[in-house]
Design a protein. Structure first.
Length: 206
């Protein structure tokens, strides 16, 4: 009996990795085994300098902030990465979930699908800017009182959106609240409590 140990066949991951590596090598070589004329062009493209950064001045939560940023940087990334404000969340990063909602001059916007350089001189309010010191904003208090959150990931966007909603419509009906908050998704399905919190905050403004 032949007891010679046989190597197990390569895993799918290893096979694909080897195939891709071999393919890349063949693509880089001409029929005679020498590098193709395209290789220098590829190397030159890889060495292109990144886009020039641009200065942007914003008033964020009442404080004037100036930064230099890539013109392709979203407002969300500028707030989180450059200014250290982690209240706005990066959920879908496609403008569909509302977790990144902030107020632009008092109006609700989705910060993940807008560029920071668009808002030179604008006033931005994030959830961090709603409270007055240790005193919570009425909408924040209402969310606490009505348990309008569970895991909490969407809460900052929900609260900021509710503040903007009440600025637009101080006395919304239940149906209007559901409609106007429909752009803010909650995976925990705390919607009844969220609606109750917004209703409570609206009543407090009456």
């Amino acid at each position: 009996m032949d007891e010679t140990t046989r190597e197990s066949p390569p895993s799918r991951r290893a096979f694909l990795s080897r195939s891709l590596t071999a393919g890349a090598g063949l693509a880089a070589l001409g029929g005679t085994g020498t590098a193709t004329a395209a290789a220098p062009a590829v190397a030159a493209a890889a060495a292109v300098d990144p886009p020039e950064t641009l200065p942007v001045s914003l008033t964020v939560n009442g404080r004037r902030r100036t930064l230099r940023t890539d013109p392709r940087t979203s407002l969300l990334d500028a707030l989180r990465e450059d200014l250290g404000l982690t209240g706005p969340k990066k959920g879908c990063n496609q403008g569909a979930c509302g977790a990144c909602t902030v107020l632009l001059d008092g109006t609700r916007i989705l910060s993940c699908i807008t560029f920071a350089v668009m808002f030179e001189g604008a006033e931005i309010t994030t959830v961090e800017g709603l409270a007055d010191g240790d005193r919570l904003h009425p909408v924040q208090r209402a969310f606490v009182e009505h348990d309008g959150f569970q895991c909490g990931f969407c809460t900052s966007g929900q609260i900021t959106s509710a503040v903007g909603l009440l600025a637009e419509n101080p006395r919304p009906s239940t149906a209007e609240i559901k409609e106007l908050m429909s752009g803010n998704l909650c995976r925990c399905a705390a919607y009844p409590n969220i609606v109750a919190a917004v209703e409570s905050a609206a009543e407090g403004r009456s």
